[in-house]
Design a protein around this ligand. Structure first.
Ligand SMILES: [Cu+2]
Length: 356
């Protein structure tokens, strides 16, 4: 068989035609991509906005300007500077966070295009002084075709906890309180040795977000419960296992990252309520006692045992009533709020490491 039959020779004209087809096949998409990602952004006007951070208690303290209005789809470049000490910057709901500290005298630029109308709050991410958490501002993204959209609240729903009727301001010591931090890993072992049902099956009709650990312990201690044969410590371990099942390691890691950024200033690294802001709160004289209400210690098992996840959710979304606890409903997404709550539980309960 001659080679020509397997690889038939093409005429010069055919080859040129083929080359054109190939060029078109590869070249046209490349051109389109180049236009979309290189040329169009380069041609589109960039709106440059200067944003200056200052210690909240200083004159003109906080962010200047405090509110920035941009158009949906507009290419915006923020030029961030600090006028005094090191600050940080994030717009959580736009997924923007400076990767470095905002050092005085240096400029950091952030480019973004907001594709959805709404109000996006930004805040400082470095504990700069006692009033640090007040260092907040907002970007209002306006859609000219839908003027009401920018006013639309993109906060997670408050209705959930309002509907439950939980009094998030009341003191809430648990009726039952563990003596030592309960261990989820022990709880899992104890439960699987003892029942082939999932512990979740044991709370079939309960909305677990509405139960406090103390409530769950009480249920496991009811005469009808198979867990009555367990010791108190063992039942608490099972309760910790129940809580561990409500979140994933990934969620708790997200919660940890947010906690370290936004909460340690008051609640402290280990959750004991001993951050630098805590001292300031307790040392200020206020007309109302509530303002000096101490920062919650999440390693205090009495307080943890008496709080449902929904109570924490409500307090986070709304903030304290006349206390120093800030509100976060305008900052985080719903998933981030539940991730934080899962992490808070791990400050009191021992969720252990996955490979332990
Ligand atoms: Cu700050």
């Amino acid at each position: 068989m001659s080679e020509d039959l397997i690889y038939p020779r093409h005429s010069a004209a055919e080859r040129i035609a083929l080359a054109f087809v190939l060029l078109a096949l590869v070249g046209i998409p490349l051109l389109a991509l180049g236009y979309q990602f290189l040329l169009r952004p380069a041609l589109a006007p960039v709106r440059v906005i200067e944003l200056v951070g200052r210690l909240p208690t200083s004159e003109q303290g906080g962010w200047t300007p405090e509110t920035i209005t941009v158009q949906k789809g507009e290419h915006v470049r923020l030029r961030l500077t600090s006028a005094d000490v090191v600050h940080g910057f994030t717009i959580p709901k736009l997924g923007i966070e400076t990767d470095k500290w905002l050092e005085p005298g240096k400029v950091q630029e952030i480019d973004f295009v907001a594709e959805q109308a709404g109000r996006y709050e930004f805040l400082c991410t470095v504990w700069c002084e006692a009033g640090h958490w007040r260092m907040r501002g907002a970007i209002e993204v306006i859609d000219p075709n839908d003027p009401i959209a920018s006013a639309r609240d993109i906060s997670p729903p408050a209705t959930d906890w309002v509907a439950t009727g939980i009094d998030i301001d009341a003191e809430h010591p648990g009726e039952f309180v563990p003596f030592v931090p309960p261990s989820a890993a022990h709880g899992e072992t104890i439960w699987t040795e003892f029942s082939d049902e999932s512990i979740l099956d044991h709370f079939p009709d309960a909305d677990l977000r509405l139960l406090s650990p103390s409530d769950a312990f009480a249920r496991l201690s009811q005469p009808a419960s198979p867990a009555t044969s367990l010791s108190d410590v063992e039942r608490w371990d099972v309760v910790a296992h129940l809580w561990a099942q409500q979140s994933t390691l990934q969620m708790r890691e997200l919660g940890e990252r947010l906690y370290e950024r936004d909460c340690t200033g008051c609640h402290g690294l280990s959750g004991q309520g001993d951050g630098p802001g805590a001292a300031a709160i307790e040392h200020t004289e206020h007309e109302y006692d509530d303002m000096s209400r101490p920062v919650t210690d999440f390693t205090d098992l009495t307080a943890q045992a008496g709080a449902s996840d929904m109570l924490y959710y409500g307090k986070l979304v709304r903030g304290g009533m006349g206390t120093s606890m800030p509100y976060w409903g305008t900052i985080y997404t719903e998933d981030e709020l539940w991730a934080l709550i899962a992490y808070l539980r791990g400050l009191g309960f021992d969720f252990g490491q996955p490979d332990e």
